[in-house]
Structures are given as C-alpha cells and as structure tokens.
Write a protein that binds this ligand. Structure first.
Ligand SMILES: NC(=O)C1=CN([C@@H]2O[C@H](COP(=O)(O)OP(=O)(O)OC[C@H]3O[C@@H](n4cnc5c(N)ncnc54)[C@H](O)[C@@H]3O)[C@@H](O)[C@H]2O)[C@H](O)CC1
Ligand SMILES: [K+]
Length: 483
C-alpha cells in the first residue's frame, strides 16, 4: 500500500539521510529522476524547448539540475528565475550545459514546463511573481511537470488557496505527500511518479496510505464452497420511503451485487413494492410500525438511504441502532444522527458514509472547510464520533481513530451522479455482513465502487444502477489481478 507523509515527516527523513551523504547527493538523485521523466514525456529530447520555473529554494535546485541534464541531451532549456535568490550551483550547472536565463515570455513557446517554484517548503498561498508564473504555466500549451509538489498545493493537506500549478505529471521525491493523494491537491497533481532517493528506513510509521488493487484483493470475501447463503452474510436494509423508493432499490442492488448471501429489506409500502419487483431474491418485510422484530436475523444493517427523517424513520433508526450488529449509516440516517447524537450510543461498530455536506452537519463544521481539508475533517469525525468514516468524494477517504487514513484513488467525477451513494452503502453493507471490519468494508467498498463506476462509465455519464451492475466485473478485475 503506497504510504503518504506530511512535509514535516519528509523533511525529518531527508535530514536524517542527508547527514550520512555528501552534500548535494539527494538533489542529484532527485534531478536524475526528474530529468528521466521529462525525457520520457518529451519522447525526443534533442531540440525540444524546455522552460524551468525556478523558485529560490531547493525545489528550484531540482529543476535547474534536471534542466542541466536535458540541456546535455540537446534540449533548448530556458530558466525563468522567480525567486529573489536562486540556487547558485544549480544555475551555474545549467548555464555550463548551454542552458539560458529567460523572461516569462518563453513559457508560451515551451514544449515542456518544469514547475520548480516551491515544493515542501511552501508556506501559504503563492506570492507574486510565483502566482503569475503558475497562471502562465496553466495557460501555456506545453506539458507541465511539477517538481515534488505542484506549486500552490499544500503538500501535507492537499489544500489549495489561490493560484496553483495544474500538472500533467508530478515527480515527487522520496515518498508520496498526503496532499498529492487527497482533494483538491490530487486534482492538481495529475499522474504522480515517485522517485526513490533512499528515504526508506528514515520515514516514520505512515498515517496515510493509498489503496491498491492488491490490498483490496486480499479483503474481498471468497464465497468458496459456502453455498449456504446464511453463512455468506445476511444484510438488513432499512431504507426508502414513499417519496424515495429508488434509494432502497439501489441499496439492495449494491448489496446483492456486492456478494451478500441474502438481503432482508424492511420498509414501507411504496419501496417494498419497488424492491420486490426489481429484486425478487430479496426477502422483503412490509413495516407498519417502525419495528424490526419480524425481520429475522442479520449480520449487519444498512440504515438511511431515502429513509426520510420523520418520527417513524427516527423510531426505526433507533431500533436498528439498538441491535448488536455493525450498522452502516448513510444519507437520511446521518441527518437523523446529526439531530440526535444519542442514536450513536451503542457497543457494536458504526460505519458512516457521508459526503462533505452530511459530514458538515454531523460535526457542525463548515462545508467549504471540509472540502478544503477532507482528510483532517474525516479524522476529526472518526475521533469525535467513535465511528469509522468513509468521506465520499472523487478521492474518498477512510478514517478510523488510531489507524492510518486510507485514500481511494479509483473514484471518478461520474460517481457524483445521484444514487451512486445508495449503491455504495449496499455494497459496503454486504461486505460488513460477510464479516469485514468497518475499516476494511469501507476501503474495499470504496475501491470496488470507484472501479465499477469507471467500468460502467467508459467516458459517458452513467446511471447509478449501472454502477451496481458493474460491481461483479470490478470484483473480477481485482481478484484476477496479477500478484
Ligand atoms: N531537502 C532535501 O534534502 C531535498 C529537497 N528536495 C527539494 O527541495 C524542496 C524543498 O526545498 P526548500 O528549499 O526547503 O523549499 P522550497 O524550494 O520548496 O520553497 C521554499 C522557497 O520558496 C519560497 N516560498 C515559500 N512559500 C512561498 C509562497 N507561498 N509563495 C512564494 N514563495 C514561497 C520561500 O521563500 C523559499 O525560498 C523539495 O520540495 C524538493 O523539491 C530534493 O528533491 C530532495 C532533497
Ligand atoms: K513545485
């Protein structure tokens, strides 16, 4: 699982390693890796125009030494010096190799633009002239490669305040930075390439990691010879209302496609009819009173999609949360909990699957603040509420107190389509019912959901039901992936 670190953690590791190496070694390793990625992106290096945006710190130094290597291979390399100071040795090396210092107007003519303005030493929004140069790089036709971190992105949190470089590729040194994996920073980083400069054993225990197919493959329950549906996990779904029948249908669909041995749907008249019609294999209980006595034994519950937030829904939520099995709470269930935190007082585990707006109501924070620092707020909610949090977004974050936060990178903007959250709650619920922990069900569910969205979308807007349909293909993709 690729791990990610904050700027301070990286700096600590770099200092520990630098103490053992001759001056400048790390920068040369960084520059060599950066130059190799740039050459790969250029295809042919000779005669190509490369512009380096050079800040006054070591980020600029990396860019200058990479520029030197490209110049020695025949590229026409121009350095635009942004900082009040410049990495002198790096500049000398570039000039010795035939590179030049140029005005910002060179940016518009570049085939490749190397963003060496600021890296992990950045503090706050970009100041002038860095901000203007970042905007000029964005407006230019050339391919943008960010050195270590796209300038304007906070390496530790992914926060972006003001102009920032939007890179096609980010070449990051030593280890992934958290800000490259979570929104909004992830969107500015583009394809992240990691250059090993030997930080390995100097890095602390990770507190953030990115999910990969291999991690998820080991989590997916194998039905094996267990044909007994009861042993493959029975999931209760308390969702839907006369107003919102679709949410119940989608949640049950996500659960069945997610491998639940059986789904027991409990709800009111209108959703009961829809679920029965669409999923005849679901065991359906029509609820008059909001009680679940007649529903029968389940290993986990999904509570909330389209449920409504009236007294009836509140009473049903209380009954479901009074059980001793794990409960996934989504949508209206989260609204009910935000209004009555006492509902969360239970011994069995809870997994919540909010989007930013629902999380804002739950922890009484501002939605914009959550969007700007998703990881921090997901962690805060997990600690404050004592639950596992799956914060939905184009990079979904899974947080649980005392464990590394997990970032899912299979998501796509298409998944913002209405109803896909209902599918996810059913899918993750099915994994809970099959015995996964909240943490594993959230990460495995998010990964499969994102993958299913990609498989279903193939570039066109998709309907939520398509995501549910694509879940088995996503499971096959992951379980058949090579070692
Ligand atoms: N340290 C190492 O062993 C290695 C570092 N690598 C590269 O170095 C940078 C970190 O370099 P550092 O000098 O610490 O800081 P930066 O170059 O990232 O930036 C600091 C520089 O920029 C100015 N600045 C800071 N914030 C702003 C702002 N908001 N607006 C404008 N200007 C700003 C500040 O004045 C400083 O002068 C790291 O990212 C790597 O790229 C090597 O790669 C590996 C070895
Ligand atoms: K940079």
């Amino acid at each position: 699982m690729p791990t990610a670190f904050t700027a301070d953690q990286i700096r600590g590791a770099e200092h520990a390693l630098m103490a053992r190496l001759p001056e400048g070694t790390l920068m040369q390793r960084a520059a060599a890796g950066l130059a190799a990625v740039c050459a790969d992106l250029l295809g042919r290096v000779y005669g190509r125009r490369v512009v380096l945006l050079v800040g006054s710190g070591d980020n600029g130094g990396d860019a200058l030494y990479a520029g030197e290597r490209l110049a020695r291979r025949g590229a026409r390399v121009d350095a635009v010096l942004a900082g009040s100071r410049t990495h002198e040795a790096g500049l000398r090396a570039l000039l010795d190799a035939g590179g030049r210092v140029a005005e910002a107007s060179a940016i518009g003519r570049a085939d490749l633009i190397v963003d060496g303005l600021v890296g992990i030493g950045a503090a706050g929004a970009l100041r002038e002239p860095y901000a203007r140069l970042a905007q000029e790089a964005d407006a230019a036709r050339g391919v943008v490669v960010a050195v270590d971190v796209p300038s304007g992105v906070d390496a530790s949190t992914g926060r972006v305040e003001g102009p920032a470089v939007r890179a096609r590729v980010t070449v990051t040194m030593g280890a992934y930075k958290t800000g490259l994996l979570v929104d909004p920073g992830a969107a500015f980083a583009g394809d992240v390439r990691l250059i090993d400069i030997g930080l390995g054993e100097h890095l602390p225990d990770p507190d953030v990691a990115a999910l990969t197919a291999r991690d998820v493959r080991d989590l997916i329950p194998r039905p094996g010879e267990e044909s007994d549906k009861y042993r493959r996990g029975v999931l209760g779904v308390a969702a839907g209302s006369d107003l919102f029948t679709g949410a119940a249908v989608l949640a049950v669909g996500g659960a069945l496609r997610g491998g639940a041995g059986m789904v027991r749907y409990a709800g009111r008249e209108a959703p009961v009819a829809q679920v029965r019609a669409r999923w005849p294999e679901a065991v359906v209980t029509l609820l008059g009173e909001p009680s679940i006595e007649q529903v029968g034994r389940v290993q986990a519950w999904v509570l909330g999609p389209g449920l409504g937030t009236d007294d009836w829904a509140h009473e049903l939520a209380a009954r479901v949360l009074a059980t001793d099995v794990p409960v996934l709470i989504d949508a209206d269930g989260l609204t009910l909990v935000a209004a009555d935190r006492a509902l969360l007082r239970r011994a069995a585990p809870v997994l919540i699957t909010p989007h930013a707006g629902e999380l804002a109501r739950l922890i009484r924070a501002d939605r914009a603040d959550i969007e700007a620092a998703r990881l921090e707020h997901a962690r805060r909610a997990a600690a404050e509420l004592g639950v596992t949090v799956l914060l939905k977004g184009s990079t979904t974050v899974v947080a649980e107190d005392g464990r590394p936060a997990l970032v899912n990178v299979t998501g796509t903007p298409w998944l913002a389509t209405g109803g896909t959250g209902d599918v996810l709650s059913g899918l993750a619920g099915a994994l809970l019912a099959q015995g996964l922990s909240c943490y594993d069900a959230a990460s495995c569910g998010a990964y499969l959901h994102g993958l299913a969205g990609r498989l279903a979308a193939d570039g066109a807007p998709l309907a939520a039901a398509d995501v549910a349909t694509a879940v088995p293909a996503a499971i096959r993709t992951v379980t058949s992936a090579g070692s």
